[in-house]
Design a protein around this ligand. Structure first.
Ligand code: SF4
Length: 423
């Protein structure tokens, strides 16, 4: 049956597309990725992505009776910047469902960035680039096992900013041996580069990575929390003085350059995720397959709902083996399973609230207390520590929002439990 719906009532959501291929593997990285691939595997992968995109979008439209319109598209990886023409068919399909002013971000590494690639991405409609610089310090780049040097990264940034309206620089702090001065120097070079958006992450030692193994064996010692907190303070000071607005604990933007796709995640809005290792967060479909998903059965407008979270297999070959060309199921959860995905079945109102509060607390928008009251059925009644924080203006009420001072975003864990216990 052909889809018919009122175009004015579109379901506006984000789209995340995972590209798991890398030309080298960094020893700290825990993303779904492989450096072991050839052109046939890449072709098969893009075909599977297109199928998955079509099946899921069609299903969302059919069950909601509304057209799906993507307000943002994010190509994450892996290294999406390794490819150009490979995106043609997929993007043609995406364009049928795109907001006219959609933000389209492509992640890339400095070494893949050249004028030909930039021209191709621009022609595809990419209007935002996120560049994995990580550090401009020679020793840091070696320790992080990156394959570029500082001058390549700076040249890539300059080239990118001439072609694409919005550019982000990723930096990592807390790498072994990084001194406070090294970090300040990275931040100053970021400011001097003129890049309008910065994502700054502290190095983590994930179990599945070589860095995680080295930490377990005592071969490397993760930076102390106090030192990481000092790096955060330095970032706030230097980027704040340079006129950046602090959007979220790890993200800063000059006026007009905030990342709209990030706000989909932080504001708990829905997004379709496709590809190996991709996660998605969609409206909780009516439990046609018997799974209780949500107290709010099916919310398909822009309002926040607790929704359904799912993920696809991280391994590319497993992903391809499990990805059929079509799906016949009539509920969203069953479609995800037919496509080889897994539903987060343990998720309920309590866990959704923990997710939401922990994430929103660390953002400029803060926590929507009315939404929390809707989920819990309880009125917000701040506990003594929170009352004290409100008195000291460490936190403040703004309509139905509870916001925290950015200095506190780094201590999200302690405040999240205070907020959660206040319902
Ligand atoms: S950090 Fe980026 S380039 Fe390095 S392995 Fe991970 S996804 Fe690939």
């Amino acid at each position: 049956m052909a889809f018919q719906a009122d175009k004015g009532r579109a379901m506006r959501i984000g789209l995340y597309i995972h590209i798991p291929f890398c030309s080298f593997l960094c020893h700290y990285c825990d993303f779904a990725k492989t450096a072991n691939y050839d052109s046939i595997l890449v072709q098969d992968y893009f075909t599977a992505l297109l199928n998955q995109f079509r099946v899921m979008t069609r299903h969302l439209e059919r069950t909601s009776g509304r057209p799906v319109s993507f307000s943002s598209v994010y190509f994450g990886g892996g290294t999406p910047g390794l490819f150009t023409t490979e995106y043609t068919s997929l993007l043609s399909a995406v364009y049928e469902h795109l907001d006219p002013d959609a933000e389209i971000t492509m992640e890339c590494n400095p070494k893949n960035l050249n004028q030909n690639a930039l021209d191709a991405w621009k022609a595809m409609g990419v209007n935002r680039l996120s560049i994995g610089v990580q550090t401009l310090h020679k020793k840091g780049l070696e320790i992080l096992t990156r394959d570029h040097d500082a001058s390549t990264a700076l040249r890539a940034l300059e080239l990118a900013m001439h072609s694409i309206p919005s550019v982000n620089m990723d930096l990592i702090y807390g790498w072994p041996g990084q001194g406070a001065d090294d970090w300040v120097s990275d931040l100053q070079q970021l400011v001097n580069s003129g890049v309008p958006h910065a994502s700054l992450y502290s190095l983590t030692y994930e179990d599945r990575t070589p860095f995680g193994r080295m930490a377990r064996r005592g071969k490397v010692r993760p930076e102390a929390d106090e030192a990481l907190a000092d790096r955060y303070v330095a970032a706030r000071e230097i980027l704040g003085d340079a006129g950046f607005e602090h959007d979220e604990v790890s993200n800063w933007a000059r006026s007009g350059f905030t990342c709209r796709h990030n706000w989909v995640y932080w504001d708990f809005k829905n997004f379709l995720g496709i590809g190996a290792g991709a996660h998605g967060f969609l409206p909780a479909a009516k439990a046609a397959d018997g799974m209780a998903t949500s107290r709010i059965d099916y919310v398909v407008d822009d309002a926040i709902d607790i929704g359904m979270r799912y993920s696809f297999p991280r391994d590319v070959r497993t992903f391809l083996r499990r990805a059929p060309d079509s799906a016949s199921a009539d509920s969203l959860t069953a479609v995800v399973r037919e496509l080889g995905g897994e539903i987060d079945e343990g998720r309920d109102q309590d866990s959704a609230l923990i997710e939401y509060v922990g994430g929103a607390l660390r953002t400029r928008h803060g926590i929507d207390l009315a939404f929390c009251e809707k989920i819990t059925g309880q009125i917000f009644s701040p506990r003594p520590l929170l009352i004290e924080a409100l008195k000291r203006r460490v936190a403040w009420r703004d309509g139905s929002r509870l916001r925290f001072d950015p200095a506190e975003w780094f201590r999200e864990n302690s405040w999240a439990s205070e907020v959660l216990l206040s319902f």
